[in-house]
Ligand binder design. Structure first.
Ligand code: C2E
Ligand code: MG
Ligand code: MG
Length: 595
């Protein structure tokens, strides 16, 4: 709203009082027939002592006089109010814009009427219907403001109660179907603005009627109340939990993710949380009761209407019931299939470690003369049916599920064992080995201790171990990263910044970190020479490395032209298909022997 050059609020001292042009007095105590001064004063005094709260202020909004009803309303004695500003009653329920509007009206029309929530002496907030009028001198100048307050707190309360009954379920106190519809319309509009996906859950008890029939409605009611509480506790504060009627509950979670696939994964996780919460036994009078639930989920997106959304979640619920109940189903079959695949993969990945399906491959790092000067250990999953699963498919899943912790530890100790085995072999003995560390792994409070233990147990030389960290990992918690990196550095380990250039490293932090090497991300290398912005980035990283006394390596080098461009600008160590793909151990050892 446009700010006006007028007093900011009724409760603040007005900045300026305009000279009125109208000569008519607009005051409440105006005599039309002359009664004599003394009579007029008596009448005015009597009128002032009405049942409504009355308060008279000077043009600056400072209280001049108030009546008994006003004292009852606010809890202040009239004598204590003299000279005090109206700001005293500010409850914070009205913002600055509101008061600005009030003043604009008052100055223009000489009166204002509306609702105000004011705070009394004991902090209690009362709602009043206020009628404020300007009192003008004969010259048309404002001499006072007279406010007349009618207490409407009780009516307000009654209103709220009626509203509660109309929009909330009296048994569980959750929003009812009507409120839910209202909120869903809002949620869909919000999704339209943000482009984010949310999820709608239909939750239905599998055997509620049996409980009602066998134990009566009181037992059923108790179960519903307890269930409502558990649902509320299981979902984030921002989610809506509503009772649709009978034994049907609905949960709405907005803003899950920007893509349907991501939203489906998060929606399934939330669904699991809900199911875990309601799966525990209910303690009803005289019995421990186990009940099962079916859940139907539909993703919420801008293009849907409430009707379509209901239909989708309803169909999904039907599927869950058809599958025998006690389960969760998504509306979209493709989404369900993706979720099934992911669940299967998670279970299999858990076993992969024990079944020795994981293996390290080694990708050589070479100089311009094609001499191997190091290697990066890259994880491979040899799945009995799927074949070789690339890490890009299972590392993110492992990150999400926490499996990355045992997995990462396995990689670290396997790499260190390998370093130890190479110790006796002349060409391999001094090759540094780079190991990728994931954010979650690095964030563990005892990460440094874990690395130290692995080094002790394997007897590997720390000087040959290089940890690859990403910019985002470091930037997530710079303070923690700096501390841990220095401790690890103290053990003799070195660091390489992987995928460098793709994150948003702060140069100030970069200089503080004990980094030995910058690794130019393959996305830049791929477009050199040719794409000038990527060329510039590659060149900048190289000169930055030189300036900060860090080595630079380029990853993803596939062509001679790329290698030549990088070398021309001062990068002389490479990793990429041009030299070799990541290799199984024996092939890698043979490759080194030839180099
Ligand atoms: P990264 O650490 O940036 O690894 C480099 C990736 O680039 C590897 O993919 C490598 O095979 C690939 N690459 C190497 N040269 C070329 C080339 O010339 N052209 C192209 N197009 N690609 C090349 P990979 O093995 O599929 O690994 C992908 C990512 O998975 C890794 O990226 C790393 O972030 C992650 N990863 C792999 N192993 C581990 C591990 O043990 N732990 C963790 N936390 N992450 C790992
Ligand atoms: Mg790497
Ligand atoms: Mg990389």
């Amino acid at each position: 709203m446009k700010k006006r050059d007028q007093p900011a609020s009724l409760d603040g001292a007005p900045a300026s009082i305009p000279t009125a042009t109208a000569a008519t007095a607009v005051g409440a105590v105006v005599a039309t027939v002359s009664l004599g001064l003394e009579a007029e004063q008596r009448i005015a005094a009597a009128a002032f002592e009405s049942q409504n709260g009355m308060v008279l202020t000077d043009p600056a909004g400072l209280i001049v006089r108030s009546n008994k009803a006003f004292s009852q309303l606010t809890g202040y004695r009239a004598a204590d109010l003299i000279g005090r500003p109206m700001a005293l009653f500010n409850s914070g329920r009205q913002d600055a814009d509101f008061y600005q509007e009030l003043w604009a009206t008052l100055l223009e029309k000489r009166s204002w009427q509306g609702e105000l929530a004011n705070k009394g002496k004991n902090g209690r907030i009362h709602t009043v219907l206020a009628n404020i009028k300007a009192i003008l001198s004969e010259a048309g100048v404002v001499t006072h403001y007279l406010a007349n307050y009618v207490d409407i707190s009780l009516a307000k309360k009654a209103d709220l109660l009626a509203q509660r009954l109309a929009y909330y379920d009296p048994l569980t106190q959750l929003p009812n179907r009507r409120m839910l519809q209202h909120r869903l319309v809002q949620a869909l509009a919000a999704s339209g603005r943000s482009g984010q996906f949310g999820a709608l859950y239909f939750i239905d008890l599998d055997n509620f009627r049996a409980l009602n029939d066998a134990d009566g409605h009181d037992a059923g009611d108790l179960l519903l109340v307890e269930l409502a509480e558990r649902l509320r506790a299981a979902v984030p504060e921002c989610a809506i939990v509503a009772r649709q009627g009978g034994d049907e509950f609905v949960v709405v979670h907005e803003d899950l993710a920007a893509t349907a696939a991501e939203a489906a994964i998060l929606a399934a996780q939330l669904g699991d949380r809900v199911r875990t919460a309601v799966d525990a036994p209910f303690y009803l009078p005289g019995q421990e009761y186990f009940c099962h639930f079916s859940v139907g989920v539909a993703l919420l997106q801008q293009s849907d209407s409430v009707e379509v959304l209901y239909k989708h979640a309803g169909l999904a619920l039907l599927q869950a019931k058809k599958a025998g109940g006690n389960t969760l189903r998504f509306f979209d079959p493709a989404m369900q299939a993706a979720l099934d695949l992911r669940n299967a993969m998670e279970a299999e990945l858990q076993q992969a470690l024990g079944w020795q399906q994981l293996q390290l491959y080694y990708q050589p790092q070479v100089t311009s003369g094609k001499r191997v000067v190091g290697a990066e250990a890259l994880l491979r999953w040899l799945h009995p049916l799927r074949g070789l699963v690339p890490p890009t498919e299972f590392i993110p899943l492992a990150e999400e599920t926490g499996l990355i912790l045992p997995l990462g530890l396995w990689v670290l100790s396997s790499a260190c064992q390998q370093l130890k085995r190479w110790e006796g072999k002349p060409r391999l003995a001094n090759l540094p080995l780079a190991v990728n560390v994931s954010a979650r792994q690095f964030a563990q409070p005892d990460f440094v201790a874990q690395v130290q233990e692995v080094l002790t147990n394997t007897g590997a030389n720390p000087a040959l171990l290089k940890l690859e960290l990403t910019e985002s990992l470091v930037m997530e918690n710079v303070g923690d990263a700096i501390g841990k990196m220095h401790e690890l550095k103290y053990l003799g380990i070195s660091f390489s910044m992987d995928d460098f250039g793709t994150g948003f490293s702060s140069l100030a932090y970069l200089a503080q970190l004990p980094i030995d090497q910058l690794k130019i991300d393959k996305s830049f290398v791929q477009n050199t020479p040719g794409k000038s912005s990527d060329e510039t980035i590659a060149r900048t990283i190289i000169s930055m490395g030189r300036g900060l006394k860090m080595d630079v390596i380029a990853e993803g080098v596939e062509t001679e032209a790329q290698q030549a461009f990088l070398a021309r600008h001062g990068c002389h160590v490479f990793q990429g298909y041009l030299f070799s793909r990541p290799l199984p151990l024996a092939e890698f050892e043979a490759f080194v022997a030839q180099s």
